[in-house]
Design a protein around this ligand. Sequence first.
Ligand code: RIB
Length: 300
Amino acid sequence: MYDYDLLIVGSANADLVIGVERRPAAGETVLGSDLAVHPGGKGANQAVAAARLGARTALLARVGDDDHGKLLLDSQRTAGVDTVGVLVGEVPTGVALITVDPSGDNSIVVSPGANGRLTPGDIRAAASLFHASRVVSTQLEIPLETVVEVVRSLAPGSRFVLNPSPPRALPREVLDACDPLIVNEHEAKVILGTSRVGDTPEDWARILLAKGPRSVVITLGAEGALVASADGARRIPAVRVDPVDTTGAGDAFTAALAWRLGTGESLAEAAAYAARVGAAAVTKAGAQASYPTAAEVEAL
Ligand code: RIB
């Protein structure tokens, strides 16, 4: 029996968001809306998304002893996330500068701050959280050596989910543990180390699986997603909504998928549910503020 359905290890950022008519090109200045400050960060977002759906969730992360850190901790606790694993202090909380255009698309620059100080030692010190968690999910806004330590700390029988965002080349040890590896096309190309990954998402999935992951999910935006494992590949249709802000929708998708896999659903079933959660998340502004409850997903 596990205490947590899901342990999220990852980043927590204050999102500084400006709405713009058009995201600026190189060398260009544009005027935008008033500044909004939201709790964000791929790890913190996943934790809130899972908890709002009803998953028993813990977060292992690092924030600064500052107002942004308080904002993030408040958001986690309000959603029902166990923050026993959130370390506070040393350096300022991570910050993400985000512009969002009228189509809901965004551009993001992250200053990692405290996220960059989440060390392998912090992971080893949290061994009890790993032993209490059915599924462990992480991303790449924390140091890669910390992600490697996450893989080494997994309890027997627990499942590891990785969204390698922002993407970088991964050691075989990490790839082998992924079940699934969740990527978009850009991330797939970086992981594979080539701009040519074959003609179809089915090709990309086949080549990714050969690199080690036990399963792969490729998100395809308006085209939905593809799930693939040794059992074969299957398309998951997109859920059509009018987008307001896509920020954090991928994090909600990943969290929902990781949680549902832990309940025993197949990869295709979990991805279909996650697609509904991700769709709901793009219909409201902000990342964590946009995440649905299970009842809202049912109503979608
Ligand atoms: O995935 C969205 C997140 O990416 C934002 O909340 C921002 O903090 C960056 O980490």
